[in-house]
Design a protein around this ligand. Structure first.
Ligand SMILES: [Fe+2]
Length: 317
């Protein structure tokens, strides 16, 4: 093996750092297998100093699964179709007030694509332009550790429950994102366009707990952003339970915060980790590109309207 693996943070049970990876070795089955096993085991891999830019980012992503074109990709995007631009510009970008401070490109804890029925397995982020005035960090929190830390009473109570999600890009209206004084100052133009057509996105449902197939470990599968409520319990009792779980899921003691360097690439397991973006000063610029690694745990589904029956139910009658 040509690369070195170390723990990302001694405090945490997830996350590895890989140095010395030569992209020319990515066709070697032993290298691919070791990287895939590391991804499943550790949830986040920070690759440092991999040469080759965009091409290496896409080839490395394909070790873990095929890359898909993101469903919210703007039609006028100019980068390779495998890449999504995560960009904040002073003239066009989301700005939220968080703890009394305006932040450009801030994102709360979430899972990508949880608002559709087929949630992607992961992604690799790579910086194109980092902010000049600091910030712009990416946070990760392990939901296997979050599940393990739940009291037994809660583990029993949530087994078999499902959460309803819906696309909502104005985070200030997200009921289960617990941030004091959160206000939307501006939505970027593409977000505003998507929200004009949000009714074309149906509500979807994902299980609150699922088992990581390769290891048997249980994951607390809750994205506070986009969550609408517990299926069949969209009432005070269900909301109280979901607020409690959302607070638990984002406990900063289980978080790793990545401070970016130009030659970093960060891979994460989107089925297991929540992630967030700290944002930048509104006058600054930040641009990263992300691949979307496919996969389907086949546990999500579109919510059925009253009176509709699912394909499976139809087969049973
Ligand atoms: Fe994201």
């Amino acid at each position: 093996m040509t690369f070195t693996v170390t723990d990302l943070d001694d405090r945490l049970a997830f996350g590895s750092s890989v140095t010395g990876l030569d992209p020319d070795t990515l066709d070697d089955p032993a290298v691919r297998e070791r990287l895939r096993a590391l991804w499943i085991d550790r949830g986040v891999i920070v690759f440092r100093g991999v040469p080759g830019g965009t091409e290496s980012q896409i080839r490395l992503s394909e070790v873990f699964g095929a890359c898909e074109v993101h469903p919210l990709r703007p039609v006028d995007a100019v980068s390779a179709p495998e890449l999504s631009d995560i960009r904040y510009l002073p003239e066009d970008g989301d700005i939220f007030t968080v703890d009394g401070e305006p932040r450009g490109g801030w994102l709360p804890w979430h899972s990508d694509l949880i608002y559709v029925d087929s949630i992607n397995h992961g992604g690799i982020l790579r910086p194109v332009r980092l902010p000049e005035h600091g910030g712009g960090d990416t946070g990760f929190i392990d939901q296997i550790a979050a599940y393990d830390a739940l009291p037994d009473e809660l583990k029993e109570r949530i087994e078999g429950l499902n959460v309803v999600y819906w696309l909502q890009l104005d985070v200030s209206t997200a009921r289960f994102v617990h941030v004091t004084g959160l206000e939307c100052v501006r939505l970027r133009s593409s977000s505003a366009r998507i929200m004009d057509n949000v009714d074309t996105f149906p509500r979807v449902v994902h299980p609150l707990v699922f088992v990581q197939e390769e290891t048997g470990r249980k994951v607390l599968n809750l994205s506070p952003w986009f969550a609408q409520g517990i299926e069949g319990m969209e009432n005070d009792e269900g909301d109280e339970l979901l607020h409690r779980l959302a607070e638990h899921a984002v406990d900063a003691r289980r978080a790793y915060v990545h401070h970016w360097h130009d030659d970093d690439m960060v891979l994460w397991d989107n089925w297991r980790m929540l992630h967030s973006a700290s944002g930048v000063h509104p006058d600054d610029v930040r641009h990263l590109q992300r691949t979307t690694i496919t996969g389907d745990y086949a546990l999500g589904r579109i919510e059925l309207a009253e009176g509709q029956i699912s394909h499976e139910m139809r087969l049973n009658v």
